[in-house]
Design a protein. Sequence first.
Length: 578
Amino acid sequence: MTTDAPSQETTDGFHLIIDALKLNGIDTIFGLPGIPITDFARKAQAAGLRVISFRHEQNAGNAAAIAGFLTQKPGICLTVSAPGFLNGLTALTNATTNCFPMILVSGSSEREIVDLQQGDYEEMDQLAIAKPLCKAAFRVLHAEDIGVGIARAIRAAVSGRPGGVYLDLPAKLFAQSMDAEAGRKSLIKVVDPAPRQIPAPDAVQRALDLLRSAKRPLIVLGKGAAYAQADADIRALVERTGIPYLPMSMAKGLLPDTHEQSAAAARSYVLPEADVVMIIGARLNWLLSHGKGKTWGGKSHKDWGGQKFIQIDISPQEADSNVRIDAPVVGDIGSCVSALAAIDANEGPDWPKPPAEWTGAIAERRNKNVAKMGETLARDPVPMNFHSALNVVRDIIRANPDAILVNEGANALDFTRSIVDMYQPRKRLDVGTWGIMGIGMGFAVGAAVVSGGQVIAIEGDSAFGFSGMEVETICRYNLPVCVVIFNNNGVYGGTDVNPAGGPDVAPTAFVKGARYDKMIEAFGGVGANATTPAELRRAMEEALRSKKPTLINAVIDEAAGTESGRITSLNPQSAKKK
Ligand code: ADP
Ligand code: TZD
């Protein structure tokens, strides 16, 4: 029996935060130390938490975000006040935009001084700044509220549509002491942090009726479907219905990209031609041309293509955000997909397969495009281009389907997405909803830490620059990360010249012939320079065999890419030309 009498023992803010995290199964913190959180990081490590220290907070934040995506537990990023907080904030906002659960825990300066704006060390009203940029924001002022603060942060991050949460911990909180027994009692082990959300049966029935009426049905799988970890149920639904599917970038591998129902290689055919589209864990944002316009068979930019939509999503507000959703199904993907299968099973005969005319037409296009791509990939131009280099990466991933592929850049992103097949769920991590540069090394470290497995990062040379210093972090923790830089001497490419002819190079041009591989050698990692596919293959195979931190400088024809990769049309200049 416990008593309410104070015990002799005391505890403090430091330990209560650590205990609250551990109580909720959080075992890793990504961060960067400094006032006022240095001692907290030390004590956390002493208490058995894994503390992974970075060289810049944005990368620690990206590591936390991707850890959240991969594990369904909020990734924790720890930063110092004001500038450290702001450096982490981009990652927190990006996580929220992408529906990844993470918690940015930031030390902050003294409330009384901040509120009177008296100029404290790194003074900033961080809570107010974070609030509009994330899913929820909380501050804990007293040690006895730490349990509630952390419980609220965890629940907010993972329940419903996952997202980023800001937790503000003023410096004074850490050293506050209280009775140890009362402290223990104040902690909360969150029960069922991401409750299942069962869809309404009539919504499921409506969706099934619509789907059964389709002549040219299509399923779109998004990264929400990958996040949901309902892999077997999703695969069963797709295979049972026989409906062709299109994976969004981070949903690649949910079913193997080589699956006969994949319509990825016939995307520009299926989007305008489909009559009923079931979207599972994806938004009709710019990545899907907002569900209308020419991509969907509309006559003009804003014109509706005539498709009917079923949308499975945990957010009740997502439907109708861009076009009318005829059958919204609100709930968690696992529950929705199994409810569809259950009601369907009750309805008797097996699912009517989509007309052979539809699946046949898709197969024809797919085979043609795959054959065409095969020809391009087989060429061996000098210098190496994106295709000949990616032909190697494609083989390496086929032979190592467990490896996690991190990918950023413009051409380096678009070509990798279309050329490199993925075979397992949640193995492709990339620039996501914003198309943001700078996720590379943070995602690579986060993925290597939580998976314990091999990571391969395919990086444009510009993209790599945003987080490149973390190669030291990769070496410091001896992570099995193989970074391949597609070095074409600049942003998109390296051929631009200064039109005014002055001493400065063009804004998109970098130092020519740079040797990024030398960077990792400075920290004891393995560097390699690859000018041919054979050299690239050798270096990648060696990296995967040795599991050593490796950086390969893959020299790519500086004229090989196009400006902005596949999204050239979003450039104001080219939009004007249209
Ligand atoms: P993509 O970029 O792959 O198209 P988005 O990030 O646009 O995907 O969309 C992901 C969607 O998945 C979001 O609308 C989000 O609400 C939803 N989502 C995330 N997790 C779940 C879940 N467990 N169950 C249902 N929907 C989810
Ligand atoms: N800054 C941030 C944070 N995100 C961005 N997306 C950009 C700038 C703009 N941008 C792109 O959209 S792609 C890209 C930038 C700077 C880099 C392209 O060059 P790269 O790739 O070398 O990484 P390729 O393969 O040479 O095209």
